[in-house]
Design a protein around this ligand. Structure first.
Ligand code: MLT
Length: 311
């Protein structure tokens, strides 16, 4: 009897294949290549992805015998969950696998934008010893506005409190008492925008959050604010951010995610005060191993017809 086919559509930790075990035929494709994906998914019983593969209604319709879509990460915005559900395809993810790693990257971007670390590094390696040009700002006593006090937002708040930052947050789903236990003051979004020296976004991408930090919001911020987005591209509107930096209404930004990825060319890259990374939020060996092992386990259970517990 032939083994069920597990299609790995993106680079995953080697621990993923180990955790799948010997009972499956492992195939690989480049999920970012649409034609390759639509061809390879036809014979797949399960597909394993990260954020570069769009498993939308078209991909699900192309799949002849797909039973599981497994996302080795937190977000599900690149999967059409309702089309999958209608087709009887289970969707699983690894919701806690990379939260520490993602929070650490956001903290890194806060530090990088405060102290111009990547810019100074690039200049020095280019033979320039420019100490005054890269004078930064202290984090201690500054206000960090966390937009979205979920699992990752909380970790960022805790870590940045250790730098002496005052942390405020906007999250309509969190009780003020719960936030107060963490030393975080809950504010309305407008209040947060007006008091924060750094704003970091930790929200899923939904129709409600898309463009949330857009032109209107960026007209309410302090002129020396730095905006960090290591959540999802598009939550911070890139055109609005560009105008705000150009007009001196925002001092800088740390961006790990973009509305369209891969993004190798953006008008935002013209600013020295923008620190950009290529969607590295989940990219540590530890997080990738945890995510890979978690989804491999879910795929094994689902293909065996067993209950898949919440990760
Ligand atoms: C996630 O949603 O967990 C990450 O975006 C995963 C990834 O980096 O592919």
């Amino acid at each position: 009897m032939s083994k069920p086919v597990v299609l790995i559509a993106e680079e995953l930790s080697p621990a993923t294949v180990e955790a799948l075990g010997p009972d499956f035929e492992i195939r690989r494709c480049n999920g970012a290549d649409r034609a390759e994906l639509l061809d390879a998914i036809r014979e797949a019983d399960a597909i394993l992805i990260r954020s570069a593969t769009r498993v939308d209604a078209e991909a699900i319709a192309a799949a002849g015998r797909l039973r599981v879509v497994a996302r080795a990460g937190v977000g599900l915005d690149n999967v059409d969950v309702s089309a999958a559900t209608k087709a009887g395809v289970m969707v699983v993810n690894a919701p806690t696998s990379n939260i520490v790693t993602a929070a650490e990257l956001a903290c890194g971007l806060i530090l990088a934008t405060a102290r111009n670390i990547p810019q100074a590094n690039a200049a020095l390696k280019n033979g320039e010893w420019k100490r005054s040009r890269y004078t930064g700002v202290e984090l201690s006593e500054k206000t960090l506005g966390v937009v979205g006090l979920g699992r990752i937002g909380v970790l960022v708040a805790q870590r940045m409190s250790a730098f002496g930052m005052k942390v405020v947050a906007y999250d309509p789903y969190v009780q003020p008492a719960r936030a107060a236990q963490m030393g975080v003051k809950l504010l309305s979004l407008d209040e947060l925008l007006t008091v924060s020296d750094f704003i970091t976004v930790h929200l899923p991408k939904t129709p409600e959050t898309l463009g949330l930090i857009g032109d209107e919001a960026l007209h309410k911020v302090k002129p020396d604010v730095r905006i960090i987005n290591a959540a999802r591209g598009g939550i911070v509107d890139e055109a609005a951010l560009h105008s705000a930096i150009k007009e001196g209404r925002v001092a800088g930004a740390g961006l790990d995610v973009f509305a369209v990825e891969p993004c190798t060319d953006s008008p935002l890259f013209e600013f020295d005060t923008v620190v950009a990374t290529p969607h590295l939020g989940a990219s540590t060996g530890e997080a990738q191993e945890k995510a890979g092992v978690a989804v491999a386990r879910s795929v094994r259970l689902a293909l065996a017809g067993e209950l898949v517990p919440d990760a």
